[in-house]
Design a protein around this ligand. Structure first.
Ligand code: PLP
Length: 380
């Protein structure tokens, strides 16, 4: 946790404003992260994945530093534009779009669209004539803590057909995209994906389609409980893979970091509402917080993301705990399969600090379940 966040939380408590959980994001950390990406992958353009944290302060900072933006909806496009990005710095990276949204994006000046099947190409050709399209290929995401499913992308062989269809319909087929899975701990995960992309480049060239761009997606990890390799290690490995698969004809490249850009910049402060056991014999304690899966901690589902949690009792003996959120939904339980060690001295009313929560938290907390307001956020 940065000094700035510590001071902010101290003042919030002093002024009696700590009655609800909140997320505090240190923009200086986001700034450092952007610079690290730019340095680690100097030849790649950074398209920040807006979905990770669309706060206007984050978008404005990144826009001012020269970032481009990967967006999934018209609303995200409008947020990126409002933050100062020009349309040529925005991609509509969602492969599943309503035709009227494609038309709206086109009217807003967007010219770069993701596709993964012929039906989507037809929509883009009608609603955004002449636009550039890249085709997303499937990847199995081994090594990722938050793997992405088969929801997006197609087989590489089909990608060739999709790009061919785009050309026939007057679009500009420009490249390939993939995502190696979010919170990807394997530095070498990009190697096989780039091998697949280079094969699509060769197959397309045989049909007279000259692709020029590879969108290497997100997946760069943030630190939760375990340390992760620095982004420069990923950069070196990716560069080696590009040389290996594309020789001296390395195409234009894009990266779309989300979690790796904002994850470690945020801390959630929450309060212990109740501590209990289910029976006298139980070893495991239940710690009820004022935030849970529906208040921003949705990524604890499947227990794949294990946040680092700090309390004022750090250093005390630990005991296994199941955490639970404040809503009436019985699914609002965290870490029941693998209980989380928390200090035995933890008390009702204590604050807990949940680290690494700058990404994929505030956006998951938009519903006022049980009248609980969406997560309060501060960007400092
Ligand atoms: N790009 C696309 C197309 C995505 O779907 C996502 C996440 O779902 C990202 C980028 C951001 O990924 P990450 O947060 O792992 O960097």
């Amino acid at each position: 946790m940065t000094e700035r966040i510590q001071e902010f939380l101290r003042n919030r408590r002093k002024n009696g404003l700590d009655t609800e959980p909140c997320l505090v994001v240190d923009l200086e950390v986001v700034r450092d992260n952007y610079q690290s990406f730019a340095k680690a992958l100097p030849d790649s353009r950074v398209f920040y994945a807006v979905k990770a944290n669309p706060a206007p302060e984050v978008l404005a900072l990144l826009a001012s530093m020269g970032s481009c933006f990967d967006t999934a909806t018209v609303a995200e496009i409008e947020m990126a534009l409002a933050a100062g990005a020009t349309p040529d710095r925005i991609s509509f990276g969602n492969t599943i779009k309503k035709e009227r949204d494609i038309a709206r994006a086109f009217a807003l000046g967007i010219r770069l669209f993701a596709v993964d099947c012929a039906a989507e190409v037809e929509k883009v050709a009608r609603a955004a004539p002449g636009a550039k399209v890249f085709c997303r290929i499937l990847y199995d995401c081994a090594g990722a803590e938050w793997p992405l499913s088969r929801k997006f992308g197609c087989d590489p062989e089909m990608a060739v057909e999709v790009l061919d269809a785009a050309k026939r319909l007057g679009l500009e087929p420009c490249g390939i995209s993939f995502h190696v899975g979010s919170q990807q701990r394997k530095v070498k995960a990009w190697d096989r994906a780039l091998a697949m992309a280079s094969q699509v480049f060769r197959d397309c060239a045989e049909r007279g389609i000259n692709l020029t761009m590879v969108n290497m997606g997100g997946g760069f990890p943030t630190k939760y409980l375990k340390d992760v390799p620095p982004v420069v290690t990923y950069g070196r490995s990716i560069f080696r893979a590009l040389r290996k698969h594309f020789g001296n004809q390395i195409p234009e490249t894009i990266i779309e970091p989300g979690r790796g850009m904002v994850g470690n910049a945020g801390i959630i402060e929450s309060e212990v509402v109740l501590i209990s056991k289910k029976s006298d014999e139980d070893e495991v304690r239940w710690v009820y917080l004022d935030i849970g899966k529906f208040g921003g901690l949705a990524e604890t589902m499947d227990e794949s993301i294990r946040y680092a949690i700090r309390t004022r009792h750090d250093g005390a003996d630990m005991t296994p705990c199941v955490l639970a959120g404040p809503t009436c939904d019985s699914a609002d339980v965290l870490y029941e399969k693998n209980p989380y060690p928390l200090p035995v001295t933890l008390e009702i009313g204590d604050k807990v600090l949940i680290e690494g929560t700058g990404a994929y938290t505030s956006t998951y907390s938009s519903v006022a379940f049980n009248g609980i307001p969406p997560l309060k956020t501060y960007h400092i």
